[in-house]
Ligand binder design. Structure first.
Ligand code: PGA
Length: 253
């Protein structure tokens, strides 16, 4: 395992929220980041309609832009879908794959998520592969088995620390205001780290592991201090620049 912790990543997922007016929050974010360079990488994944505009406005700033999903294929007759290559062309450097809302709303299996992560790699994007248990699975004591199976099936062979980020997002914690305890997050993240190291060696030790699910300024310091938590995937709190900056500030000394 690598001896130094990877540089953290705080990623915002705007989901299906925001029209052009919301880009004002990103402008606020850019100004704050420029005034005080953060001790982490910062990413916003806006709706596809805003991606090119956000990427153009953010060029030259320490603010990366990503997609929320991509198709596995590079082009073709797939109405409504977006290829990883198109995201890259629009200025994205990341893409989220296998978010639990995609898995639930679009019946995405681990194999589909894996193909999308491969597409991200093919297009030169960093894939943020999401895993996480439902409340029923947690109550049944199956959390570790569920996320291990999701990682095994969703993270492509040959994944590198430079092109793959893993996000642990308990489904019941997303948008609910509920979070696991720091001890629970530590248990899952150390199991994920061991699994990645066993499969990918040094690369598995250097891959960033994010926690996601109701991260807010008030709980960010505690959650982000957990061993093997190398950043956050943030939904609701990323829609407001001040809240998102409050989470980024958890990495300031
Ligand atoms: P939340 O969403 O921060 O609103 O809970 C997290 C996510 O779905 O990535």
């Amino acid at each position: 395992m690598s001896s130094s912790a990877p540089r953290p990543l705080v990623a915002g997922n705007w989901k299906m929220n925001g029209q052009f007016a919301l880009l004002a929050e990103a402008a606020k974010l850019r100004q704050a980041i420029q005034a005080q360079p953060p001790a982490c990488d910062v990413l916003i994944c806006p709706p596809a309609t805003l991606l090119a505009a956000l990427a153009a406005a953010s060029a030259g700033y320490a603010l990366a832009v990503g997609g929320q999903d991509c198709h596995a294929k590079a082009a073709g007759a797939h109405t409504g879908d977006i290829a990883a290559e198109m995201l890259a062309d629009a200025g994205a450097t990341f893409v989220i794959t296998g978010h639990s809302e995609r898995r639930a709303d679009h019946a995405e299996t681990d194999a589909v998520v894996c193909a999308k992560a491969q597409a991200a790699h093919r297009a030169g994007l960093v894939a943020i592969v999401c895993v996480g248990e439902t409340i029923g699975q947690r109550k049944a004591g199956d959390t570790l088995a569920v996320v291990a199976a999701q990682v095994a099936g969703s993270v492509p062979d040959g994944a590198l620390a430079a092109n793959t980020v893993l996000a642990y997002e308990p489904v019941w914690a997303i948008g609910s205001g509920l979070t696991p305890t720091a001890a629970d997050v530590a248990t899952v993240h150390s199991a994920l780290r061991a699994q990645l190291v066993a499969r990918f060696g040094v690369a598995g030790g250097a891959m960033r592991l994010l926690y996601g699910g109701s991260v807010k300024p008030s709980n960010a310091r505690e959650l982000l201090a957990v061993p093997h938590v190398n950043g956050a995937l943030v939904g609701g709190a990323s829609l407001n620049a001040d809240d998102f900056l409050g989470i980024i500030a958890a990495y300031q000394p």
